[in-house]
Design a protein. Sequence first.
Length: 225
Amino acid sequence: MLSSTRLNQIEENRKRLIPIIDTIITLGKQNIPFRGHRDDGGLLEKTTSSIVNENEGNFREILKLRIRAGDKILENHLKTTGANDTYISKTTQNSIIECCGQEILDNISEFITQTKYYSILFDETTDISTISQMSVILRYAYKGEIREDFIGFFDLHELNYGSELHLETEPKIDGKKLGQSVLHILKETKINIKLCVGICTDTCSVMLSELRGAVSEIQKSAPHA
């Protein structure tokens, strides 16, 4: 059993993280980029001046604004912790963003579990760096409302061949691999493929070929789609 001192320390640490996490969530909800040209070093000493000429990016500037507005928990956190324990670094920002993304995916999975049925929308394109990417969206009805939730962008080469792929020419992603990629993504997202009742994509042969198309590959595991 944890001592009362340890429990108090855990609670205090959680309170220290709240303003940082809240700032990250706010930037994400508003589609505001996080970082500027300079995004490292101490933060607190630059908040004492009423006018700050150096723009350190939206994330750090909002944290400084919170301190100027009287956020004593955040100010105390940055005053009393070491340089490696502030939780405002680029690495920590990315880790918290990943946690938020996983929380969103868990909620979507739970919504679909309650709803029972859904359709999947996906498309593939090759970007300027010749990397094949796929976007995936799930469409379903939840509590009388039609929802279309974005699941993510996925690097198809990394998904199918791993991050160690080093070739002068990227291997071709055919319809079968596209379909297998969709199935893999649904499995990783903990969404039951058997509940899929619809598939939406474009009409090219890679998608609709009866022999090696992406749709037919998905339908092997989702017979009602």
